[in-house]
Write a protein that binds this ligand. Structure first.
Ligand SMILES: Cc1cc2nc3c(=O)[nH]c(=O)nc-3n(C[C@H](O)[C@H](O)[C@H](O)COP(=O)(O)OP(=O)(O)OC[C@H]3O[C@@H](n4cnc5c(N)ncnc54)[C@H](O)[C@@H]3O)c2cc1C
Length: 423
């Protein structure tokens, strides 16, 4: 466990660190490296799994790093670039350690097999990533057989444990992880009967629809959902129905698919329990914390980046966001973080923005998602009647994160901003 081992004898003692980073995935690692390079060397990364790297450990396909490194890497390769940087700098980390509480005063409590760990920090970074929505969240009727699992769990079985989850597969939801698993299962000899999506548009990236479904002849059924799960010990069949424009199943459209596995790829939710516990306000649209342009939450000295803040489409943007956040942490430690009081409000066809408020003293990259697909979209930011930023997007899709640059010189004062899509 490298440096991690050295820290174990400190369990049951109160430790100190300038910054505690909760989660050793791409967000936590990128933040640690950037902080160290800015002179904040007294860092501690706490990771609940037995290795650093986060969810990338199980993403063995390539396509990571095109933006950050200009080359196509597998998930483990991408993570390893940052893990090596952390190790070269001797940044402290402890694995097999789950953070269970963070106080607004930056006391961090974590459970380790040898006892309770208590760290006092000047600032805390939330980098816990997200988790998958499960069958419970969807309330699908039917029995409770084995063989119903989320796409990330199926991916972990296959890529980390070398186990096939099943042979005849139905996938519910067209999220990127489900699409990637459709291809992976097919390559390993399973028969993927189809991907069924309740919405009239796919939720995964267009490149994944092409490369994971179309290239392998796997059918995609839009406006369809699973309405019954059948089987005693093991899944035997699922019933799939068409839905109307209100997403309600249409009677008479039921079709039975014999299968042994149902894979759910129906969305990710930021891991926000610690965020709430620390007293940070949540943004209902993202499910993560409200943050300013330096990714500081509403609790001073508590920062968040990566999937714990908002679900990202590509990991490259997670790393870039975490690096910007690290610059904010440095400013905070130096007492030089500007006060952010200008709110960004979501107008027409905008699902969410990150950040949700800014100081107006810096140029800011605002990240957003549209609610509904729109061709030739003009995204605009207005302050009162003045248009302060605009961007044309040829094909704006909810699956894609969109960035728009907001220049401080364009702002006309301290009034709130509205982000919307022009027709
Ligand atoms: C299954 C899957 C497939 C993906 N495929 C792609 C892809 O093909 N291309 C792409 O660009 N992106 C892909 N992504 C997205 C990309 O992996 C994520 O954007 C990225 O991993 C998010 O980084 P993160 O650091 O925010 O979170 P994570 O990678 O999830 O890391 C969070 C870390 O925090 C730890 N943690 C959580 N809670 C605690 C706690 N209480 N105490 C201590 N540690 C804790 C976790 O164990 C984990 O190591 C995929 C994501 C998933 C879920």
């Amino acid at each position: 466990m490298g440096m991690g081992q050295d820290n174990l004898n400190k369990v049951n003692q109160v430790m100190e660190a300038s910054v505690v980073i909760v989660g050793g995935g791409p967000a936590g690692l990128a933040a640690a490296v950037r902080l160290y390079d800015r002179g904040v060397t007294d860092l501690l990364i706490l990771e609940r799994e037995n290795k650093l790297g986060g969810i990338l450990k199980q993403c063995i396909h390539d396509g990571f790093g095109l933006t950050r490194f200009g080359e196509s890497l597998s998930g483990p390769e991408y993570a390893d670039r940052f893990i090596q940087e952390v190790k070269q700098r001797n940044i402290r980390f402890i694995t097999d350690t789950t953070v269970i509480q963070i106080t607004p005063d930056h006391d961090v409590y974590a459970a380790h097999r040898d006892g309770l760990l208590h760290v006092r920090a000047r600032a805390v970074i939330l980098a816990m990533g997200c988790r998958e929505r499960t069958r419970g969240a969807l309330a699908i009727p039917g029995t409770r057989p084995a063989g119903v699992l989320t796409a990330g769990v199926a991916q972990a079985y296959m890529n980390l444990q070398n186990r096939m989850p099943g042979k005849k597969i139905v996938i519910l939801g067209s999220g990127d992880i489900g699409l990637i698993m459709a291809r992976r299962l097919t390559l390993e000899g399973a028969h993927v009967l189809g991907v069924f999506e309740i919405n009239p548009i796919p939720s995964g990236l267009p490149r994944n629809i092409q490369q994971c479904l179309n290239d392998y002849g796997i059918p995609l059924f839009l406006s369809h959902t699973v309405t019954d799960i059948r089987g005693t010990d093991r899944l035997q069949e699922v019933v799939v129905s068409k839905v109307d424009e209100k997403l309600q199943p249409l009677a008479g459209t039921e079709k039975v698919y014999a299968c042994d596995t149902l894979i759910l790829s129906v969305g990710l939710i930021p891991e926000n329990e610690l965020t709430i516990g620390a007293g940070a306000e949540l943004c209902p649209q993202t499910g993560g914390a409200y943050v300013d342009e330096w990714y500081q939450t509403t609790v001073p000295g508590l920062f968040a980046a990566g999937n714990v803040l908002h679900v990202h489409d590509l990991v490259d943007f997670v790393s870039l966001e975490a690096e910007t956040m690290a610059e904010g942490v440095v400013r905070y430690l130096n007492g030089a973080l500007p006060n952010a009081s200008i709110a960004l409000r979501c107008g027409k066809n905008i699902g969410h923005t990150v950040p949700q408020k800014i100081s107006g003293t810096e140029n800011v990259v605002v990240t957003l998602r549209v609610r509904a697909p729109q061709k030739d979209a003009e995204i605009v930011i207005r302050q009162g009647k003045a248009m302060v930023a605009r961007k044309r997007v040829r094909n704006a899709l909810p699956a894609n994160m969109i960035e728009i640059h907001l220049l401080k010189d364009q702002l006309t004062g301290g009034q709130d901003l509205e982000v919307s899509v022009n027709d």
